[in-house]
Ligand binder design. Structure first.
Ligand SMILES: Nc1nc2c(c(=O)[nH]1)N=C([C@H](O)[C@H](O)COP(=O)(O)OP(=O)(O)OP(=O)(O)O)CN2
Ligand SMILES: [Zn+2]
Length: 127
């Protein structure tokens, strides 16, 4: 089994509605996102999947969040709080829907980790 990890990032503002503290106020983070990909078979180049491919796909997913006020974007505009947990799941689902993850079980998106700060992160893995 090979496990490949790629990181992306975006900058965005948010507020956690009903949070009992300062995070209820508008503030921003430099979000860092890590995708973990697993599989057993290597291609003719000896790669599970090219880092560049995963980086580009992750970049496409993160683009919609970059330099945005997250609470204005769906599904956060519909009452879902833009927590690191919700972001990790939403990013996972968007990336997993892209080829090659959607097309074959040989290269599997295993997890997405979202860091709000260097010391605070959430990892989503589908059960
Ligand atoms: N489980 C979660 N807890 C919190 C989340 C979250 O998404 N999931 N989010 C927040 C706020 O967004 C907050 O901005 C981050 O809080 P915190 O890590 O405390 O960040 P600070 O840099 O402000 O840390 P201090 O130690 O207070 O300086 C809160 N919790
Ligand atoms: Zn925050």
């Amino acid at each position: 089994m090979y496990e490949l990890k790629v990181e992306g990032a975006f900058e965005a503002a948010h507020q956690i509605k009903d949070y009992p503290g300062k995070c209820a106020r508008l503030h921003g983070h430099n979000w860092v996102v890590q995708a973990v990909v697993r599989g057993c078979e290597l291609d003719s180049l000896g790669m599970l999947i090219d880092f560049k491919t995963v980086k580009a796909l992750l970049g496409e997913v993160l683009e919609r969040f970059d330099h945005r006020y997250l609470n204005e974007l769906a599904p956060f505009s519909e009452g879902v709080n833009p927590t690191a947990e919700q972001l990790a799941r939403i990013i996972y689902e968007a990336l997993a829907a892209k080829a090659p993850f959607a097309e074959t079980a040989a290269v599997r998106l295993a997890a997405i980790t979202v860091w709000e700060s260097p010391k605070s992160s959430v990892t989503y893995t589908p059960e």
